[in-house]
Design a protein around this ligand. Structure first.
Ligand code: GDP
Length: 297
């Protein structure tokens, strides 16, 4: 499971005060010191940790007493609520355009899981929302990307629009939009090219596709295993493109959790989905409250 180390440590720390009939300010202080260390070790952004600790402290000391909970449980409840709010509070749903098709640009660095996530999202939209998406193979630089998306399309029995790798991504996007309108697709999922790092050329091309397709959603796909780097990548993409949501992939791996806990507050962009494996059905809407409960046990 994701965040195992963090979960274990936080649970251990919180268990010490769970049953306490009385919680002193010193108890809270001691506990918060341990929570702080656990978060830093999980690669959570330094500023985020600081803000988190001060909100919990403020609320945990001198809060209203609920009769149904022991003081220890109340502190844990505060930690849970603050963790939830750190990850965005309410679940944030994928956009729906008032006039179809809804255009979704999938962006991110190479290897983050963009192509896989495009297939997963198409599957999710059909299965859970009864939609008819068109996937668009616009990653012409990674040699296997077009084939990979076509294979996913075959596997899902869902259409993939491609024009090979000799046509510019902007041209592909333009033709795909026409095709989607003709064939009444209600979602267009554009799998754009990634690079090994954020560069000028990549961003310029993405800006062009954005200008041409006026996407309702720009989803940044990031690898949760990369921790703080994922947060930095999200900041760069957000500055240039204005992303509307994040998909955190590989949360099934033994990520330390830093990305999941920092991305929302650093970029002010909601995490919309979590990738939980390599298979096409391993995509889940991201629920901050469930994730917090999972971490706290
Ligand atoms: P792209 O370069 O961003 O298009 O990345 P790919 O979609 O090709 O994914 C890169 C690798 O990550 C592939 O081996 C995928 O199977 C794997 N991958 C993608 N998402 C997940 C996930 O949520 N969990 C796991 N375990 N692997 C994933």
């Amino acid at each position: 499971m994701a965040f195992e180390g963090l979960a274990e440590r936080l649970q251990g720390t919180l268990n010490k005060i769970r049953g306490k009939g009385k919680v002193s300010e010193a108890d809270v202080k001691e506990m918060m010191r341990e929570v702080r260390l656990a978060l830093l070790e999980a690669d959570v952004n330094f500023k985020v940790v600081k803000q988190f600790i001060s909100s919990v402290k403020e609320r945990a000391v001198g809060q209203e007493v609920l009769e149904s909970l022991t003081p220890g449980q109340q502190v844990i409840k505060v930690v849970n609520e603050e963790l939830t709010s750190l990850m965005g509070g309410e679940q944030s749903k994928i956009a729906v355009a008032s006039k179809p098709p809804t255009v979704v640009m999938m962006v991110g660095l190479q290897g983050a899981g963009k192509t896989t996530t495009t297939g997963k999202l198409a599957n999710h939209l059909r299965k859970k929302h009864n939609r008819k998406p068109l996937m668009v193979a616009a990653d012409i630089y990674r040699p296997a990307a077009i084939k990979q998306l076509e294979t996913l399309g075959k596997q899902l029995d869902m259409p993939v629009f491609s024009m090979g790798d000799q046509v510019s991504p902007v041209e592909i996007a333009k033709n795909a939009m026409e095709k989607a309108k003709e064939e009444h697709h209600d979602y267009v999922l554009i799998d754009t090219a990634g690079r090994l790092h954020v560069d000028e050329e990549l961003m310029g091309e993405l800006e062009e596709i954005k200008a041409l397709t006026s996407p309702d959603e720009i989803l940044l796909v990031v690898d949760a295993m990369t921790g703080q780097d994922a947060v930095n990548v999200a900041e760069s993409f957000n500055e240039r493109l204005g992303i509307t949501g994040v998909v955190l992939t590989k949360l099934d791996g033994d990520t330390r959790g830093g990305a999941a806990l920092s991305i929302r507050s650093v970029t002010d962009t909601p995490i919309k989905f979590a990738g939980m494996g390599e298979k096409v059905d391993a995509l889940e809407p991201f629920h901050p409250d469930r994730m917090a409960s999972r971490i706290l046990g």
